[in-house]
Design a protein around this ligand. Structure first.
Ligand SMILES: [Zn+2]
Ligand SMILES: [Zn+2]
Length: 814
């Protein structure tokens, strides 16, 4: 029995606990049947979840539910990404103190406590949104298991020659005080003062040098000109200098003038200073011309002792003071403000520096072709997203820097021998290990037993790129791994193709020589009205997704989340939620209408062969089969939105507006074969709609299933019931043509009533119908439906000549 009314505020939490108690989404590792394995994106613990998360996670959940109903064993673990800089910054912000201001152990204790609380809140939201993940497999990237996997992967990469350490110029964030990778850089446009300085050449002439970074003068090591630049070519080989006091330790900064084709004659004065390091060209010149190394900026983003009276100043302050000194001495020839593109750290927005430090890298530059080839073996949905991956791979400029000079992360399982510099790795059974608190068990090849532990932690991506290995229980359970790797599907957003997707492919290829998943489904972003990605800071908890669910229902939020195609961004639109709510109500009302018409029938009646059907029934069933076929095809491709819109169209238009209108009289009859046919048809159509919509609207469909359909269909829950089975024999072109004709006749009568100010339900006396001859017989058997829908007391078929369906005519006598 369906309750009198559906109140989502009461029903949704009740159903959610029903599912949790029944452990409805538990993965069965020992069962038979194909495994559908999802390499879920573990949301980063760096703030609260927002509706942008609900957007993409719901899309994945729809796909998971679809495959579960198709009889696949869905392995849908859920993880949280809780190591690394984003989580550290979140903790620092929450406790109002910086990691550098306290003991490492104290900071980590704060982190772990906050992580636990936050993840429990995340899980509560996911359960309430009804993500059908199997929570027995909840994982976290700071857990010892994840650390073990990540460290084991590192060790294998090192042994295979893919991981290496070197002291070299590296991208550096002075705010976060750590090395970062190319993928973490975002280009930002900043207004910058472009100053032309007066260097003096040996021969006494002035050499103008334009720069946006005068604070790097203490680290100036050369001046470059283009070898073919007629203005300067004769200067190559001589030196130029500028006064260096008091902002450097040198009285004069004197540097060689060198030729290099990378010097752009059209930029600034055409002569450019090379400092160690202002940009990637400086790094290149420093390498190719074997220039000296002068570091003017320290790890903390402050000027070093090289910078004379500017030592200790932050970069911006030093820039100001040095320009003032130069101006005072009359050494500035020209100044203008320009819009300048600067690479900034995506986590904090600080312009990056290039610091000469020791870091760990994973080789990627020499393997581009291999990555491109792997990308082609993966199915991308939508297909065009593969181009983004390829573009990133083709434009890689740095090997992947994985070491971070931070706190909360997976340590490198290695030590360096103090005597000979050899790297010593931990053994597999020691993992996870922190080399800072555990010493190496073995001695070095040189006999020394004195080691320096690796002081750094790994970047968060170095571990999250292991998720397919982690859920595949690598390296500890080879039997499980053989069955659960590669994963079937990786769902993720488009902005992390260059990081998460790329790094995961790199790791999988290096560790297993396999692609990590067969398909990747790319989601877009939910945008706020200002067209920017909804970020955690803009969605405070008070009006976050949980509040929205309580106000609007999880079904409505999920409806909004599954309204646009894969890969597309969307806006948060309350009107879409309202449409979802209307659909929920309509499903409820249609089912309430159906209940008394179906309740007298038995399970074997509905499960049995179709009774003698009328043309209207055959038409609806044919439409239904087409709809199932279309929705199934689209969902197989991951296209949840197009699948859903076709089901909605079938439900609103074919089933409710038309079929129920036509078959109403039969359904109200006391009994008889015509009523049986309508009841049988309605049962199958409505149950099909509910099943096909259940991945989108898990609550309302379950409530109706439990109250009405379960007694006949027999599954414990609609979510573990079978996806509608295709009956292609029901696809019936003739029935569809008849259906079209009936609808056209109905339409004409409705129009007539409207034109004559009659209500839709107004009775008419006789309907004179002209139809093509071939419809004669079928029409005769559909007269009962036509009569009931038009409220005609009598219908006469007056003409039988062949006419096109558009020329059907009705003549109405009131
Ligand atoms: Zn930063
Ligand atoms: Zn040694």
């Amino acid at each position: 029995m369906l309750p009198d009314r559906y109140a989502f505020r009461e029903a949704e939490p009740r159903l959610a606990s029903l599912w949790a108690d029944a452990d409805l989404y538990a993965f069965d590792p020992t069962g038979s049947g194909p495994i559908f394995m999802i390499d879920t994106p573990p949301p980063t613990v760096s703030g609260e979840l927002h509706i942008g998360h609900c957007y993409s996670y719901t899309q994945t959940d729809v796909i998971a539910r679809f495959h579960r109903m198709r009889g696949e064993r869905v392995f849908y673990p859920m993880g949280f990404d809780d190591n690394g800089l984003p989580t550290e910054r979140f903790v620092e912000k929450t406790i109002g103190r910086k990691a550098t201001e306290m003991e490492r152990a104290d900071f980590l204790a704060h982190c772990l406590e906050l992580i636990q609380q936050t993840e429990d809140r995340f899980e509560a939201l996911w359960r309430r949104l009804s993500l059908s993940a199997d929570w027995h497999y909840r994982y976290s990237t700071i857990s010892s298991q994840a650390q073990r996997t990540s460290q084991a992967a590192f060790i294998q990469l090192y042994k295979d020659g893919y991981a290496y350490t070197q002291v070299a110029p590296t991208l550096w964030c002075p705010e976060c005080q750590t090395a970062i990778a190319q993928a973490e850089i975002e280009d930002i446009l900043l207004p910058t003062l472009f100053s032309t300085l007066a260097f003096r050449v040996q021969d006494g002439s002035i050499l103008p040098i334009a720069t946006t970074r005068p604070e790097l003068l203490p680290a100036c090591v050369a001046i470059f000109v283009h070898p073919n630049d007629a203005r300067y070519a004769h200067l190559i080989g001589s030196t130029a200098s500028i006064e260096g006091s008091p902002f450097t330790s040198r009285e004069h900064i004197t540097v060689p003038i060198l030729g290099d084709e990378l010097a752009d004659p059209a930029k600034g004065s055409g002569a450019v200073m090379c400092c160690t390091f202002g940009d990637s060209t400086d790094v290149l010149w420093w390498r190719t011309h074997a220039l000296p190394l002068l570091a003017a900026i320290g790890r903390d983003g402050r000027m070093t002792a090289l910078a004379g009276d500017c030592a200790g100043l932050p970069i911006a302050a030093a820039r100001k003071r040095i320009l003032a000194h130069l101006a005072e001495k009359g050494l500035i020839l020209h100044q203008e403000t320009i819009e300048h593109t600067v690479g900034a750290h995506e986590r904090c927005g600080t312009p990056v520096e290039y610091l000469h430090t020791r870091q760990w890298f994973i080789r990627v530059l020499d393997q581009k072709e291999r990555f491109l080839e792997a990308g082609r073996r993966i199915h991308w949905q939508p297909e065009y997203m593969r181009a983004r991956y390829e573009h990133w791979v083709e434009n890689l400029q740095w090997d992947w820097c994985i070491s971070r000079q931070r706190f909360l992360g997976v340590p490198f399982p290695a030590w360096t021998c103090r005597a000979c510099g050899e790297i010593l790795l931990a053994t597999l059974d020691q993992l996870p290990i922190d080399p800072r608190t555990t010493t190496a068990e073995q001695s070095c090849r040189c006999g020394c037993t004195d080691f320096d532990p690796e002081p750094d932690v790994m970047d968060t991506w170095a571990t999250s790129s292991c998720t397919p290995l982690l859920i595949g229980h690598w390296p500890d359970d080879p039997a499980w791994f053989a069955q659960h790797f590669p994963a079937t599907l990786r769902p993720q957003a488009h902005d992390i193709i260059r990081t998460w997707a790329f790094y995961t492919i790199v790791k999988a290829l290096y560790i297993t020589d396999e692609i990590p998943w067969r398909s990747i489904m790319i989601s877009g972003h939910a945008l706020s009205a200002q067209r920017s990605k909804i970020s955690k800071s803009k969605a405070p908890m008070a009006s976050g997704p949980m509040a929205l669910i309580e106000q609007e229902s999880a079904d409505a939020l999920r409806y909004w989340a599954t309204s646009v195609k894969t890969g597309n961004d969307t806006f948060f639109n309350p009107e879409t939620l309202a449409i979802g709510r209307r659909l929920v109500n309509k499903l409820w009302n249609a089912s309430r209408f159906a209940e008394p018409r179906l309740k007298d029938y038995t399970q074997s009646f509905f499960a049995g062969a179709a009774p003698a059907l009328l043309p209207t029934d055959r038409w609806l069933l044919s439409r239904m089969e087409q709809t199932i076929a279309y929705a199934t095809r689209e969902l197989e491709q991951g296209e949840y939105a197009t699948a859903r819109s076709e089901i909605e169209r079938f439900f609103w238009s074919d089933l409710c507006d038309n079929y129920l209108e036509l078959a109403k009289a039969r359904l109200y009859q006391e009994g008889g074969s015509a009523r049986d046919a309508a009841a049988w048809t309605l049962y199958h159509a409505l149950l099909t709609v509910l099943k096909v919509l259940s991945p989108y609207l898990p609550y309302i469909t379950e409530e109706i299933y439990q109250g009405l359909f379960r007694q006949w269909d027999g599954a414990a829950s609609i979510h573990t019931s079978c996806w509608p089975i295709m009956h292609s024999e029901r696809i019936d072109a003739e029935a569809e043509e008849t259906g079209k004709m009936l609808l056209e006749l109905l339409h004409q009568v409705r129009r007539y009533k409207a034109e004559h100010n009659l209500s839709v339900g107004a009775e008419v006396a006789t309907l004179h119908i002209n139809v093509p001859a071939k419809f004669q017989v079928t029409l005769a058997s559909a007269l009962i439906d036509l009569k009931s829908a038009t409220r005609a007391r009598d219908i006469e078929i007056v003409g039988t000549k062949f006419i096109a369906p558009n020329d059907l005519s009705t003549d109405i006598i009131e």
